[in-house]
Design a protein around this ligand. Structure first.
Ligand code: NGS
Length: 294
């Protein structure tokens, strides 16, 4: 398929989002149909191949091989809009990439984003044929609004690309706090390993990203940010997950735990129960609490 070069407005997105909740979109394949609406780059249809499970442009060579990790629990209505926009965005940036949807199954457990990320890292590092050199940790409700927000890894330090966010109905971009590294974080395997990934102990909304930020400080890494005008996103609407009432207690001991709680002990905690490898996406269905579900 080709991606039309027509830019669409924010109203179009909103209309599209409304349409997506209608039954006619049930079971629809995830196929990009439009480009992002804030593109400044001239877009042309790029010749491409799917090779070794990844989309890659021909005629130019991407200098990194990128995995986009998208954890979610019951947010497939966001995932559809996300995939439509992000496939087009990555192609305009001429990335060689693969999107991984990491879905937490079994609704009795609260969302555990850290375990989902650690599980996906473990899965990908064991598949050396993919030869991934750059990882993008991406919230499913965020759509990048500027094409010059390049999804590339820096060698020395992780990069946080979400400086300002606007909510769907409000036009204003809002800056969050300086310490925030949640939203979208782009790093190499070496960075992730040095941080021992995320803590596995955060259940429910909030704190796991701040915990990772403390690990970054502890490892004496910096966080790189793109120019402020590029690091902008639109947030898709959704219900907020249940807050984690223990998050501040957990944060207090973050760096003391970091070498024993994370990527290093993920294998005993979770299990990938189903793997669907489609061309546009690899979908991992994960039980995040093997010990208590057994
Ligand atoms: C902070 C949370 C972070 C969260 C950030 C932005 O308060 O986990 O808000 O959230 N930290 C704690 O709760 C300790 S947002 O409004 O984008 O959903 O990422």
């Amino acid at each position: 398929f080709v991606i039309p070069s027509k830019k669409i407005s924010y109203d179009d997105i909103e209309q599209f989002y409304t349409d997506l909740s209608s039954p006619k979109y049930e079971n629809q394949e995830f196929v990009p149909t439009h480009t992002s609406f804030a593109s400044d780059l001239t877009f042309k249809n790029v010749p491409y191949v799917y090779k070794n499970g990844m989309w890659q442009p021909i005629e130019v060579r991407s200098f990194q091989r990128t995995a986009i990790l998208v954890p979610l629990q019951g947010r497939d209505y966001n995932a559809k809009v996300f995939l439509l926009n992000l496939h087009a965005f990555f192609r305009r940036q001429l990335l060689t990439y693969k999107i991984f949807i990491i879905e937490q199954i079994y609704p009795q457990n609260k969302f555990n984003k850290g375990r989902l990320y650690n599980t996906a890292f473990n899965y990908i590092r064991n598949r050396s044929s993919l030869n991934i050199t750059c990882y993008v940790l991406h919230d499913v409700d965020l759509i990048p609004d500027d094409d010059s927000n390049y999804y590339t890894c820096e060698t020395k330090n992780p990069k946080h690309t979400t400086s300002r966010i606007r909510q769907l109905i409000k036009a204003q971009y809002v800056k969050y706090y300086e310490f925030l590294i949640g939203g979208v974080l782009i790093l190499t395997y070496d960075h992730y390993k040095a941080l021992n990934g995320f803590s596995n102990l955060y259940w429910g909304w909030g704190g796991e990203d701040d915990d990772l930020a403390l690990r970054v400080v502890q490892q004496r890494m910096c966080i790189i940010r793109p120019p402020a005008e590029a690091a902008i996103y639109s947030a898709l609407p959704h219900q907020r997950g249940q807050r984690n009432s223990q998050r501040f207690d957990l944060l207090t001991w973050s760096t003391i735990r970091m070498h024993t709680d994370g990527l290093s002990n993920i294998e005993n905690l979770t299990n990938i129960e189903e793997i669907k490898v489609l061309t546009t996406v690899t979908h991992l269905k994960v039980n995040v609490d093997v010990i208590n579900d057994a």
